[in-house]
Design a protein around this ligand. Structure first.
Ligand code: PMV
Length: 340
């Protein structure tokens, strides 16, 4: 019997502390979330690869009425960008295993794509897992995470192994890049019940552009920006201790410090700031961007006031997302075989 169809899934993530600085070798704390991307890969009889992305929840649907005409201006660029991760995942896994088969790939997402919840890494890792399994291989998690990172680097240029690690392993991780090829991943917690609210606004820039923006700033003001990046690393180390001691007041304060430093890196914008300050005014102990910024997501630590913070974010023009933190990493959900 050989495998003919595999469905794998992988979770989204929120960066609790340390985004951007992680690209330059500082540690980051990152948690998986309870929303997943599902990828089904089925063998075809030929050498073609067909991608069907029926539900990528692309945010920011814009509809304009022009006379009698209805114009839908949804940003399909985001869906297309998700598709380049799928295509590259198939190419790199084929190269790694030295085997290629034509496949149909079906993708479904339980979270908005391109909003800063690590969907590109989740799509990538679920594809690596499902495609390698359909080819008859059982890769271990380290191989899957590494291949996922290679895909992200190939598509994005600069990328840290943070998103691909968390979507592969799940839980709460500390991730640190050692050099261009090596990195450390340590599990901080298996599960996590921090009272978080996630808010999001439409993204104006891609991760790749924001990472480049920080790089340009760093090239222009190395003395200043290097210190900001190092300081973010110090915040992350304190945050890890606060998380392990469940000291929410300290965690909130450190989130606000991290946010100030991200703002100094130029990755925040007015809409994100509105959400961040609305959350604090509504009682959150701390709030910050999560992910690359430039729009996308914020997180707020809101013990005893999650609903109030959600309402405040909505009134400030954001959408909110309910989910748990620290769920399981990538997994194979179903394997169907051809009958003998
Ligand atoms: O917004 P996201 O989920 O694409 O996160 C990007 C995180 C960065 O640290 C800005 C980049 C990276 O590769 O780690």
């Amino acid at each position: 019997m050989s495998v003919k169809r595999v469905t794998a899934s992988a979770p989204g993530k929120v960066t609790l502390f340390g985004e951007h600085a992680v690209v330059y070798g500082e540690p980051a704390l990152v948690a998986s979330i309870g929303r997943r991307v599902y990828v089904t890969v089925e063998l075809r009889g030929d050498d073609n690869v067909r991608i069907v992305a029926s539900d990528l929840q692309v945010p920011g649907v814009t509809v304009t009425f022009s006379g009698d005409e209805l114009v839908v201006e949804t940003d399909y660029g985001r869906a297309l960008s998700a598709i380049s991760y799928l295509k590259t995942a198939v190419e790199l896994v084929s190269k790694y295993l030295n085997t290629f088969r034509g496949v149909n790939i079906f993708v479904r997402s339980e979270m908005p794509v391109g909003a800063g919840l690590g969907t590109s890494a989740a799509v990538t890792v679920a594809t690596v897992l499902a495609y390698s399994r359909v080819l008859g291989y059982e890769l271990d998690r380290r191989e899957i995470a590494r291949l996922g990172w290679e895909v992200e680097k190939a598509v994005q240029g600069l990328a840290s192994p943070m998103d691909t690690s968390i979507t592969t392993f799940g839980g709460v991780l500390r991730v640190k890049l050692l050099d261009g090829r090596n990195y450390e991943v340590r599990e901080v917690l298996k599960s996590c019940d921090l009272p978080i609210v996630i808010g999001y606004v439409e993204r104006e820039a891609k991760t790749k552009d924001l990472v480049l923006k920080v790089k340009n700033l760093k090239d222009r003001y190395p003395g200043i920006i290097d210190n900001i990046i190092r300081t973010i690393g110090l915040v992350v180390n304190e945050a890890e201790k606060a998380l392990l001691n469940n000291d929410l007041n300290l965690l909130g304060e450190l989130m606000n410090i991290n946010q100030g430093l991200l703002d100094a890196l130029g990755v925040c914008n007015k809409r994100l700031s509105d959400l961040i300050y609305a959350a604090r005014t509504a009682g959150a102990l701390g709030s910050k961007i999560t992910g690359a910024g430039g729009g996308g997501c914020v997180i707020a630590l809101a013990p005893g006031c999650q609903e109030r913070v959600e309402v405040a974010m909505k009134l400030s023009g954001g959408l909110t997302l309910k989910t748990s933190l620290g769920g399981p990493g990538a997994t194979v959900n179903t394997v169907e075989s051809t009958s003998p």
